[in-house]
Design a protein around this ligand. Structure first.
Ligand SMILES: [Zn+2]
Ligand SMILES: [Zn+2]
Length: 78
């Protein structure tokens, strides 16, 4: 059983990162683990994940608008 931690992003995506190998995985030449993944921590990031942040930046470049303008537009639509 290896220890994992989870990173939660505001876009509802999450990524898992290996915190530490159990001794089974450590002794395996390919660090394979056949046990259960144990989630040790969950971290709220308060930001977009890397993929969504990149898409957001790409969209802003395409529209030619500044992030501030986009924020005002989306607020008035609510
Ligand atoms: Zn393991
Ligand atoms: Zn995302």
């Amino acid at each position: 059983m290896c220890d994992w931690e989870e990173f939660l992003f505001i876009c509802n995506h999450s990524i898992f990162r290996l915190k530490s190998y159990c001794h089974f995985a450590r002794n395996d030449p390919y660090h394979q683990c056949f046990g259960v993944k144990v989630l040790r921590n969950s971290w709220q990031q308060g930001v977009l994940c890397e993929k969504c942040a990149a898409e957001c930046r790409a969209a802003a470049v395409q529209d030619g608008g500044s992030p501030q303008q986009r924020g005002i537009l989306s607020n008035s639509r609510k």
